[in-house]
Write a protein that binds this ligand. Structure first.
Ligand code: HXC
Length: 269
C-alpha cells in the first residue's frame, strides 16, 4: 500500500531539528516519525517517560535519526522551557515546534466541572502558548522557524459535548494567526493543521465509541476516516521549502467532513 509520504524526496528535512509535544502517541507521533524519516532530528515530549522511551526507540530504529524523549507536561511552563533548552543543547538548535499535545473527553456543558473545562484549556491552549513562548528564541535563531499547531474543526460549528475542546482549539487557531503576524519578521512561520476524524487515534477512541464511529464515517464525503500518515504528510509539506511562503494558514484535513455536516461525529443531541 503506497504511503502519502512517498511523494516527498528523501532528505528533504535533513539538518532540521523539531520538537513535538504529545509526540509519544497518535498524530503527533506520526508527525515526529515523518520528520525523522525525511532527515530531521526530533525531540518528543509528553507526560509519560515510559511511553516516550518506547516511541523514541521505535522511531530511531525505523529512521536511523536521533530521537530524544523528554517527559514534560505542557501545562508547566518551566518544564516546557527546560525541554526546549535540553533540545537545543542536545541537537544544537531548534527549527520547528509542533504543538500536538491535547486532552479530550465527551461531556455535556451543563455537567462539565469547571476543573474539567480548565484542564482541557490548560493542555491544548495554554500548553500551546507555553511551548511557543519557550521556543521563540531558538526558532528566531534558526532563521527558518516554524510553529505548527494541531487544532480541530470542532469550533467551526457547535459540536455537542465538546465545549471545552472547541473553546481550546478555537484559541489554538487564534495563536496560529497571531504568531504569524508577530513572528514573521523574525523568520518564523506559524501554521496549523485541523484534522477531522482520524483512524487509530486516542481522540477517535474517546469521541466515537462503538457504533458512533460508523455513523461518523457515513457523514464524511470521503466515506472513510483519515490516516495519521495523511496528517503527517501535510506537516512535512508545511515544514518543507514548498511551503516557505505559507504562514497564518490552518489546513483542514477531514475528507470534506466539516463542510458537509456540522456534526463531527455524525450525531446530534
Ligand atoms: C467529565 C472529566 C472526564 C470525563 C476528566 N474529567 N475526564 N469530566 N467527563 N470523561 C474531569 C475530571 O473529573 C476533573 O475535574 C478534570 O477533568 C481533570 O481530570 P484529571 O483526570 O485529574 O486530569 P488529568 O489527569 O490531567 O487528565 C487530563 C484529561 C485526560 C484530559 C482529563 O483525559 C488526559 O490526560 N487525556 C490525554 C489524552 C487525550 O485525551 N487524548 C485525546 C485528545 S483528542 P474535577 O472537577 O473532577 O476535578 C483531541 C482531538 C480533538 O484532542 C478533535 C477530534 C476530531
Amino acid at each position: 500500500m503506497p504511503s502519502p509520504l512517498d511523494v516527498f524526496r528523501d532528505g528533504v528535512l535533513a539538518g532540521h531539528v523539531a520538537l513535538v509535544t504529545g509526540g509519544g502517541t497518535g498524530i503527533s507521533r506520526g508527525i515526529a516519525h515523518a520528520f525523522a524519516r525525511f532527515g530531521a532530528d526530533v525531540c518528543i515530549i509528553s507526560r509519560k517517560q515510559d511511553v516516550l522511551d518506547r516511541t523514541a526507540e521505535e522511531l530511531r530504529a525505523a529512521t536511523g535519526r536521533k530521537v530524544l524523549g523528554l517527559a514534560a507536561d505542557v501545562r508547566d511552563p518551566e518544564a516546557v522551557a527546560r525541554a526546549v533548552t535540553h533540545t537545543v543543547e542536545h541537537f544544537g538548535k531548534l527549527d520547528t515546534l509542533v504543538n500536538g499535545a491535547a486532552g479530550n473527553f465527551l461531556a455535556p456543558a451543563a455537567g462539565l466541572s469547571p476543573n474539567g473545562f480548565r484542564t482541557v484549556i490548560e493542555i491544548d491552549l495554554i500548553g500551546t502558548f507555553n511551548a511557543a513562548r519557550a521556543a521563540f528564541e531558538p526558532l528566531r535563531a534558526s532563521g527558518n522557524g516554524l510553529v505548527l499547531n494541531i487544532s480541530a474543526t470542532l469550533h467551526y460549528h457547535g459540536t455537542p459535548l465538546q465545549i471545552h475542546a472547541s473553546a481550546a482549539k478555537a484559541g489554538v487557531d487564534a495563536i496560529t494567526t497571531n504568531l504569524a503576524v508577530e513572528w514573521g519578521r523574525f523568520g518564523i512561520r506559524s501554521c496549523g493543521i485541523a484534522p477531522g476524524p482520524i483512524a487509530d487515534t486516542e481522540g477517535m477512541k474517546r469521541l466515537a465509541p462503538g457504533d458512533i464511529a460508523d455513523r461518523a464515517r457515513a457523514a464524511i464525503p470521503a466515506a472513510r476516516f483519515g490516516t495519521i500518515e495523511e496528517i503527517a504528510a501535510a506537516a512535512v509539506f508545511l515544514r518543507s521549502p514548498a511551503a516557505a511562503y505559507v504562514s497564518g494558514h490552518v489546513m483542514v484535513i477531514d475528507g470534506g467532513q466539516c463542510i458537509a455536516t456540522p456534526s463531527l461525529m455524525g450525531v446530534s443531541l
